[in-house]
Design a protein around this ligand. Structure first.
Ligand code: NDP
Length: 245
């Protein structure tokens, strides 16, 4: 049984999509939740209200993951208001469409700052707050493991870096009883990758023949964030409907 009562979580990028589903699922299982967003203040407010409607505390924090100062302020605010942090979930990320040959290097830098540097900075800032039983869960992607079509190389590179970050941090934090894991989704129905229109190709890559719903990724994260996953660390949990089977 999953019991997160009394736990305090910080989720990045939770105004929409997978991050929002994670924030809500953590709250439904008993956690108070602080979460970040970049632009979508109204959507963030709606997520906060849904968290409060299940009886948990919610704090929506505007914090651009590209800005190290904003990351430090977000962690401090979450810890101050919630009285500590037990769980960090790194979900905020941006994608890229285009080959390396055509890639704008400004976008490349933004992608690496948001997708790779930010999870490093969040982990670094949250570490001092985590005690025995602390949890870091990062959202990677199956594209970090296999690249089945062209045009996503830089994004795939950024997600592959998170797999190494997860394994390395599990070594660094294991002696303190803190686990560090990564969930890698396949095609999931969000604004970033809607399951309509041109989605048939991605659907055809999966064994189950369909996209995931964000809550199906969130349930994997909740498990890893919970005491039930106490012996799992440095693990890469694929939740992709068999896309890389
Ligand atoms: P969405 O684009 O639907 O949502 C992105 C979320 O991240 C929003 O809440 C957005 O905030 C926030 N965000 C984006 N940039 C920043 C930033 N610079 N600073 C702070 N917050 C930011 O993405 P998904 O839900 O689809 O993706 C969530 C995670 O899952 C990502 O790590 C993604 O790589 C991964 N993933 C997704 C897959 C998919 O098929 N959807 C497949 C594999 C992995 P705001 O609303 O304010 O813009």
């Amino acid at each position: 049984m999953i019991d997160l009562n009394g736990k305090r979580a910080l989720v990045t990028g939770a105004s929409r999509g997978i991050g929002a589903a994670i924030a809500l699922a953590l709250a439904e299982n008993g956690a108070d939740v602080a979460f970040t967003y970049q632009h979508s203040a109204e959507k963030a407010e709606a997520v906060a209200k849904r968290i409060e409607s299940v009886g948990r505390r919610a704090i929506a924090i505007e914090a651009d993951s590209a800005d190290p100062g904003a990351i430090a302020r977000a962690v401090n605010r979450a810890a101050d208001v919630l009285g500590g942090i037990d769980i960090l979930v790194n979900s905020a990320a941006i994608g890229n469409a285009g080959t390396i040959a055509d890639m704008d290097m400004g976008h490349y830098q933004a992608l690496m700052d948001i997708n790779v540097r930010a999870p490093v900075l969040y982990a670094k800032a949250v570490m001092p707050h985590l005690g025995e039983g602390g949890r870091i869960v990062t959202i990677g992607s199956v594209l970090g493991e296999r690249v089945p079509f062209p045009g996503v190389t830089a994004y795939a590179m950024s997600k592959a870096a998170l797999n190494a970050l997860t394994r390395g941090l599990s070594r660094e934090l294991g002696p303190r009883g803190i686990t560090v894991n990564l969930v890698q989704p396949g095609p999931t129905d969000t604004d970033a990758n809607p399951a309509d229109g041109a989605a048939d190709f991605q659907r055809s890559l999966t064994s189950l023949g369909r996209y995931a719903e964000p809550r199906e990724i969130a349930s994997a994260v909740v498990f890893l964030a919970s005491p039930a996953a106490s012996m799992i660390t440095g693990a890469i949990l694929t939740a992709d409907g068999g896309a890389i089977a």
